[in-house]
Every structure is written in structure tokens, then in C-alpha cells.
Ligand binder design. Structure first.
Ligand SMILES: [Zn+2]
Length: 376
């Protein structure tokens, strides 16, 4: 889930909003002001209903963000990098960069969010009781009660053992610890996730077509979202399982052709391109030192009238912005570096010497997919 609007950083973690959030925000305010609050707290002015509803909806999103912050902060504390948090239509997603290494770490990160929701539910419930006991403004009391309920629902929903929800992650951590096999644990958790998703879709369809309630549509969407999330986790698992035991040296494209960085784009295309299949070329300086990487995609973007004056090096990516790996590393351990690399390519270095390049195509080929050799 990529964010549409980046809001900024909180405690070093990037927070973004997805456009779908605006629809839900409007829906929440509209339901609260138009239906919920007037029933529970009657005889208040229209503007008061709207103001309290808008504030409550904002606080609900703050609660959602706190839940995700709980995951993210514990992850950072345990040494797992966090890419950022996105809030969207079905709640929040804390995107972890890389994988957790033990079931204990997985469990601690997974439980942190629900614990925050639990604390918030208790906090808002206490505020409701305090306002009730002291005869505080009834509308604010109503807002607090709604927030206590919403946080409780968030807590319960997230604890459903459907991977990749928090409950599913806890289940996976438990299975992983019991069997000592992370792949089988993920497979079981993802299967359960899909079953829960089917159940939600089924319930939603029954509500929609038999009872004629539009809220069924919400369940169908939620089930569909869970289904695709469980599927993508499963696909990732299968890929990582198939790559298990393979080393970078086994799958990389060996002895890549190095291109001189000082020649013009035009010259490069005439003298280096014919007979080559590579999509990226390591660059060398005049005295033969490795000097970054250039991709054909980047060179193809150079306007034809500039090709005979601009040098290849001008369109290359410097050594500091390219991911590197060594031939002895596990392929599964370097996968995350692709996203961190500007060009989606990796240079494979053995004691400082270039011995190969690694691209996603090399990995597809290693998995038996239809990728052609990216070198020679
Ligand atoms: Zn969570």
C-alpha cells in the first residue's frame, strides 16, 4: 500500500495517507453526526453534532496511527527497519523493511499494536465514566464512548487469527516456535487467513443479497482485501522457499561487460550494444576502476540530438547509490536491497573486485521462470 500523501515523520518514522482515507473520514463523520450521536445524545444543536463528530473521527485516526506506531517503534527497537506507516481505508499498515529473524521478535512486534488499542480503549472508557460521574458535557461523553468502542473493535478485529492481521502473525510466531519451521508456519497461517477471508466474503454476500443490507458490501471488500494480502504473503513465501540455500554466486550474471564511462552515449550505442543482451552495464573509469552502473532504460531516455555530446557516465548511478552483494551471501538475505538500490540492480563484488551483477531477472531465471540471460 503506497501512500498518496506523505504527512511527515513521527519519531523518525515516515507517515503517509492513502487517498481512500478521505472517503472513510467523510463516511465516519456523516454516520456519527447524522445517526449515532443524535440517537444516544438527543436534543443538541446540529453544529455541535458535526464538530464533535469531526473531532472524534480525527481522534479515531490518531488511535489508528498510535496502533501502527506501536508496531513500528517496537520493530525499530528490536533492530527491524521500518519503511513507514500508511493509513488507508481499512486501517493502517506499518511496512517493515526486511524480515524478522526469530518468532519472538515477530510476536513482540505483532502484539504491540493491539496493546496500544487496548490501552486507548481503556483510556476513552475511563474518560466516559469520569464525564458521566461529574456531569460533564453529554456530547463529549458520547464521543468518548464511541472512541472507546471503536478502539475495542480495532483490537478485536486485529486479533482475528487471519494472516496478515496481527492475530495471524501471532499465530505464525507460535507455530514457528513450536515447529521450528518458518515456512510451514507461514503456509498454515496464510491458509487460515484465506479461509477467514472466504468467510467474510460469504457473510457479506448473505447480508447484501438475503438481508438487503448495504453494509454487507463492506465485509465483501474487507474479505477481498484480506484474501489478496494472504495470497501475496504466500507467493513471497513460496519464492523465498524456492530460493532457500541458493547463494548470490549461483544465480548472478557472471563477468559482466564493463563499459567505459567517458565515451558518448552515441558511441556506446554503436560499439557496445550490438550483440549484447544486458540491461545494465557496470562503468569503468579511464584507468579501469569500477565507477557505478548505467541502465539501458536510462540511456534510451537521452534525446537523440544530445547523444553525441553527452557522456555515458552522466547517466550512470554512482557507487554509493548502488546495492552491493558478495557471491557467498544467501539470495534470500539480499532481496531487500533491490528496493533500496536506485537502479534495481546489484553489483556483486568479491574482495573489492567486480565478479558479476544481480538483477530481478537473474532471480526469476533461477526460479525457472522465462527470463533471458542478462549478460552476454
Ligand atoms: Zn496491527
Amino acid at each position: 500500500m503506497d501512500p498518496s500523501v506523505r504527512v511527515g515523520r513521527i519519531a523518525g518514522i515516515e507517515v503517509g495517507l492513502h487517498w481512500s482515507l478521505a472517503i472513510v473520514f467523510a463516511l465516519i463523520v456523516w454516520t456519527l453526526a447524522g445517526q449515532v450521536l443524535p440517537v444516544f445524545v438527543p436534543d443538541q444543536s446540529q453544529s455541535a453534532y458535526w464538530i464533535v463528530s469531526a473531532v472524534a473521527a480525527l481522534l479515531f485516526y490518531a488511535s489508528l496511527l498510535s496502533h501502527e506506531m506501536g508496531h513500528a517503534l517496537v520493530a525499530t527497537r528490536l533492530g527491524v527497519k521500518v519503511d513507514g506507516i500508511t493509513l488507508w481505508i481499512f486501517g493502517g499498515v506499518a511496512r517493515l523493511k526486511g524480515d524478522v529473524s526469530t518468532p519472538g521478535i515477530e510476536a513482540k512486534i505483532a502484539i504491540a499494536g493491539p496493546l496500544v488499542s487496548l490501552a486507548l480503549a481503556i483510556l476513552f472508557a475511563a474518560a466516559t465514566f469520569a464525564l458521566d460521574a461529574t456531569g460533564g458535557p453529554p456530547l463529549i461523553e458520547g464521543g468518548c464512548a464511541w472512541l472507546a468502542g471503536s478502539n475495542a473493535i480495532l483490537l478485536i478485529f486485529n486479533l482475528v487469527p487471519a494472516f496478515p492481521l496481527d492475530g495471524g502473525r501471532l499465530l505464525r510466531a507460535w507455530l514457528w516456535r513450536r515447529r521450528g519451521d518458518r515456512y510451514r508456519a507461514t503456509a498454515t497461517a496464510a491458509w487460515l487467513g484465506k479461509m477467514c477471508a472466504f468467510l467474510l466474503i460469504g457473510l457479506g454476500l448473505v447480508e447484501l443479497f438475503i438481508q438487503g443490507a448495504w453494509s454487507g458490501l463492506w465485509l465483501v471488500f474487507l474479505g477481498w482485501f484480506l484474501m489478496s494480502a494472504a495470497r501475496s504473503e504466500e507467493a513471497q513465501l513460496l519464492m523465498r522457499g524456492a530460493l532457500r540455500g541458493l547463494r548470490v554466486g549461483d544465480v548472478m550474471s557472471r563477468d559482466p561487460t564493463m563499459a567505459p564511462g567517458w565515451i558518448t552515449v552515441d558511441e556506446f550505442m554503436r560499439s557496445y550494444l550490438p550483440g549484447q543482451h544486458a540491461s545494465a552495464y557496470p562503468l569503468k573509469t579511464f584507468d579501469g576502476a569500477l565507477d557505478g552502473l548505467v541502465t539501458l532504460t536510462r540511456l534510451a531516455q537521452v534525446p537523440p540530438e544530445e547523444r553525441h555530446v553527452r557522456r555515458v557516465r552522466d547517466f550512470g548511478t554512482g557507487m554509493d547509490r548502488i546495492a552491493k552483494a558478495s557471491p557467498g551471501e544467501q539470495v534470500t538475505a539480499v532481496l531487500d536491497r533491490f528496493s533500496a538500490s536506485d537502479e534495481g540492480q546489484m553489483l556483486v563484488l568479491d574482495r573489492g573486485q567486480l565478479v558479476g551483477t544481480l538483477s530481478p531477472a537473474d532471480i526469476t531465471r533461477a526460479l525457472g521462470g522465462p527470463a533471458r540471460s542478462s549478460s552476454r
